[in-house]
Design a protein around this ligand. Structure first.
Ligand SMILES: [Ca+2]
Length: 495
C-alpha cells in the first residue's frame, strides 16, 4: 500500500505546478471584431434588428448567453486590446492611448495558458506593434492593416494576400489552423481578431448590393444639439455632418473616382447633389450600409468557424465567445467613432456559447468589463490567476451563478487628448443606472466639468443633471464611489 502512495507522490512531484492531468478543460475560441456596435447585432434588438444584420452571431446567442451590460475601461482600439491581454486597466498596463508603445514583456494571460498546457494562437488584428509573446502561432495585421490585399506579419516575416478581402483571409487562416495546425493532445486558445468593421468601412466587393434598396432607421438623436451637456460633447470632431469625409469615409471622388465598386453611388451623388439635412441623411444611410456590409462578412466568419468546430467534432468541448474592442456610434448624438463614456461606445457586445455549461438563450445583466476577460480565460483553463489582475472571472456568471458580492459599479478612463476626434480626457463611474462623468485637463473649463445621467429615465443620455440641485446627494454618493474605485484600481493621483 505504502509503495503505491510513494509511486503516486512521485508522479505528482514530476508535474509542473498548476498542470492539470486529464484534459477535461474546454478549448476557447475568442472572436473579436474592431468597432462592432451592439446596435448592429440582431440578438441585441433595437432599431436595426429588423434588418437581420447578424444571423450567425444571433445563433451563437440563441445557443448561449448574451451579456447586456458588458463594458470597456477605455473605449479605443489599442488600449482595449492591451486590457484584453493583461487583465489590467490602461494606467497599469501602460497602453493608455493608441499612440504610445505596448510593453510585450509584461504578464499576459496567454503566456500563462501556454505554460499550463494550452496551444495558443492569434490570427488577425491586434494593433499593438512589436512581436507577440505567449502564442505558439501568431499571424497579425501590421497596425490597422488593409481591407484589400492585406499583409500579415508572422514570426518569420510578412505575407501579402493579393486579390483577397481581409475578413476572408482571417477566417480562412483560422479555419486552416483548426483543420491542420492543432496538437490534438492539447486544449487550445484560438483568437480570431477581425479588422472589420473599423473605419473606413470598406466592404467585400460581393456585398455592395446588400441593403441597396433599404432605408436604414435613424436614431432619435441623429440631430443632437448637445444642449445641457459640457464642452466635450459639443467640442468633439466625430460628427457625421461636419467631420465625416466624402472621399475617405464615403468613397466619393478622389482616389475612388472611376472605382467600379462605388460607381453607382458616385453617379447618384452627381445627379442629386444633396445638401443640408438631406446630405446628413444621405451620409448616415451610406455610412451605415458600408458598415453593415462589413459586419455581414464578420458574421459569415462566425458561421464558418462554428461550422468548422462542428465538422472537427470540437463543438461540445469548446467555449466560443464573441466580442468587440468597444462599441461605436451608429449616428446616435450625430456621431460615428467611439471614445466617450456614453453607452454606445462604453458598452460592447459579449456573447458566449458553451454546450452543457451555459443555458441556451440566457441573458446576463451583471456589470462586466473587459478587465474580466483574461481572468475568465485562465479560470476556464484551470490555470493560476495572478493577484495583480484587476478583473473577475466570468465563469460563475456563464454557469448562471453570479456571486453575491459581484461588483456594483464600473470605472472608466479615456486619455487620448489632444488627438484625432478631439474627445476631452474623462473618467467616470457607472452603477447600472446612474453615470457620473468627470471631464478634466486641457480645453475643459476650470479644468473640470461634470455630467450626470439617469439611464433609467434617459437611456440616450441627452439630459445632463449635474447642475440640478435635486441630484446633489446622488452626485456626492457617486463621487465617493469614484474615489473608492480609483483607490481599488490604483489610479495615479495626477490624473
Ligand atoms: Ca476599435
Amino acid at each position: 500500500m505504502s509503495k503505491w502512495i510513494f509511486l503516486l507522490a512521485a508522479v505528482v512531484m514530476q508535474m509542473a505546478p498548476g498542470m492539470v492531468v486529464a484534459d477535461d478543460r474546454p478549448n476557447i475560441v475568442w472572436i473579436f471584431s474592431d468597432d462592432h456596435s451592439y446596435q448592429t447585432i440582431g440578438a441585441y434588438g433595437g432599431r436595426l434588428e429588423s434588418l437581420n444584420p447578424s444571423p450567425n452571431i444571433d445563433r451563437l446567442a440563441a445557443e448561449g448567453m448574451r451579456f447586456d451590460r458588458a463594458y470597456v475601461g477605455n473605449s479605443i482600439c489599442a488600449p482595449s486590446r492591451a486590457t484584453l491581454l493583461t487583465g489590467l486597466h490602461s494606467h497599469l498596463n501602460g497602453k493608455i492611448d493608441n499612440i504610445g508603445p505596448f510593453n510585450h514583456d509584461q504578464q499576459q494571460f496567454q503566456k500563462i495558458l501556454q505554460a499550463n498546457g494550452f496551444q495558443t494562437v492569434m490570427v488577425g488584428k491586434i494593433h499593438l506593434s512589436g512581436k507577440m509573446q505567449g502564442f505558439d502561432y501568431w499571424e497579425v495585421l501590421p497596425g490597422q492593416g488593409n481591407y484589400y490585399n492585406p499583409q500579415f506579419i508572422t514570426e518569420e516575416g510578412r505575407t501579402k494576400y493579393e486579390g483577397e478581402y481581409v475578413t476572408d483571409v482571417i477566417t480562412r487562416r483560422a479555419v486552416n489552423w483548426l483543420e491542420n495546425g492543432r496538437d490534438e493532445e492539447k486544449p487550445f486558445m484560438l483568437m480570431v481578431h477581425h479588422k472589420a468593421p473599423h473605419r473606413n468601412w470598406q466592404p467585400a466587393k460581393r456585398e455592395m448590393s446588400r441593403y441597396e434598396d433599404v432605408e436604414i432607421p435613424e436614431p432619435d438623436n441623429l440631430f443632437d444639439d448637445y444642449a445641457t451637456r459640457g464642452v466635450a460633447a459639443s467640442g468633439q470632431q466625430m460628427e457625421i455632418d461636419r467631420h465625416m469625409n466624402l472621399e475617405s469615409d464615403l468613397k466619393l471622388g478622389g482616389r475612388y473616382k472611376g472605382d467600379p465598386q462605388y460607381a453607382s453611388r458616385q453617379k447618384w451623388f452627381e445627379e442629386n447633389k444633396p445638401t443640408g439635412i438631406d446630405l446628413i441623411k444621405w451620409k448616415y444611410q451610406t455610412y451605415l450600409k458600408d458598415y453593415l456590409r462589413c459586419t455581414w462578412s464578420v458574421d459569415e466568419s462566425v458561421g464558418k468557424i462554428l461550422d468548422t468546430l462542428e465538422e472537427q467534432g470540437l463543438s461540445d468541448n469548446t467555449i466560443v465567445m464573441y466580442s468587440s474592442d468597444q462599441g461605436f456610434y451608429m449616428g446616435e448624438h450625430g456621431w460615428f467613432d467611439k471614445r466617450f463614456m456614453y453607452e454606445e461606445s462604453f458598452r460592447t457586445p459579449l456573447i458566449a456559447r458553451w454546450p452543457g455549461k451555459i443555458k441556451p438563450g440566457s441573458v446576463n445583466t451583471d456589470l462586466v468589463q473587459n478587465i474580466d476577460f483574461a481572468e475568465t480565460f485562465l479560470d476556464l483553463a484551470k490555470a493560476p490567476i495572478p493577484e495583480e489582475m484587476q478583473g473577475e472571472s466570468l465563469v460563475p456568471l456563464l454557469e448562471g451563478k453570479t456571486p453575491e458580492d459581484w461588483r456594483d459599479s464600473l470605472y472608466y478612463h479615456y486619455y487620448e487628448y489632444p488627438a484625432v476626434h478631439s474627445v476631452r480626457r474623462h473618467e467616470g463611474v457607472f452603477d447600472g443606472r446612474w453615470k457620473l462623468i468627470r471631464y478634466y485637463g486641457r480645453n475643459v473649463p476650470d479644468n473640470e466639468e461634470w455630467e450626470l445621467f439617469d439611464l433609467k429615465n434617459d437611456p440616450s443620455e441627452m439630459n445632463n443633471l449635474a447642475s440640478n440641485p435635486e441630484y446633489a446627494s446622488r452626485i456626492a454618493t457617486l463621487k465617493k464611489e469614484l474615489s473608492r474605485l480609483r483607490e481599488q484600481y490604483d489610479v495615479p493621483n495626477e490624473t
